[in-house]
Ligand binder design. Structure first.
Ligand SMILES: C[S@@+](CC[C@H](N)C(=O)[O-])C[C@H]1O[C@@H](n2cnc3c(N)ncnc32)[C@H](O)[C@@H]1O
Length: 184
């Protein structure tokens, strides 16, 4: 899979300019490249050294096992854009969401309960429970812009949950964002 997720494409207009961004569990970096193409600077984290080695030179690469080792960033690290796709490790969820800086955005998309009937992942540890990303946004003080929970047809049939949430900047209490217009 090399193309960016349509969920990211849908919310690209909300990426802050020159966003300092984090692509967590980046794999071979389809979203790292997507972020670079949108003018962001990228910190990419994964435990797969070969995958990290394939990323463009401009990327700050961090090789780390984030489930079995310490969090590889300073505790106060904040990003204007945090991207997580096709990855779930529950103990890290709140830390991830709290990494969104004021004015920043969290785009999260991964498999959800029910996916067992389509194949892998089927381990409950890797499947979001109904509403779990909404609960996360609330716990982290993020404003939910959009949430989906259903069966995606592409790139293959799968149960997924998708979240787009923002942390309002100071003085922007309502945190209203410009919505993507479905029709001109
Ligand atoms: C299914 S891939 C998703 C890659 C990318 N986010 C995407 O959507 O194309 C999951 C990624 O999580 C990484 N990963 C799994 N467990 C990890 C861990 N404990 N620490 C760091 N990365 C991990 C894997 O190396 C792999 O690159």
């Amino acid at each position: 899979m090399s193309e960016a997720s349509p969920w990211l494409e849908r919310w690209a207009h909300l990426l802050p300019a020159n966003a300092r961004s984090l692509d967590l569990a980046c794999g071979h970096g389809r979203h790292t490249r997507w972020l670079l193409a949108h003018g962001a600077t990228v910190t990419a984290i994964d435990r797969d050294a070969a995958a990290l080695a394939s990323l463009p030179a401009a990327v700050r690469r961090i090789e780390a096992d984030i489930e079995n080792g310490p969090w590889p960033l300073p505790d106060d690290s904040r990003f204007d854009a945090v991207i997580v796709t096709n990855y779930l490790h529950r103990p890290l969820l709140l830390r991830i969401a709290k990494s969104v800086a004021p004015g920043g955005i969290l785009l999260y998309e991964t498999f959800a309960q029910g996916n067992e009937r389509f194949g892998k992942p089927s381990n409950p540890a890797f499947l979001l429970a109904p509403g779990e990303l909404l609960t996360l946004a609330d716990a982290a003080g993020l404003r939910v812009v959009a949430y989906e929970d259903g069966v995606a047809a592409l790139p293959r049939e799968a149960c997924v949950q998708r979240l787009c949430a923002v942390r309002p900047a100071p003085g922007e209490a309502a945190g209203h964002v410009a919505l993507y217009e479905l029709r001109a």
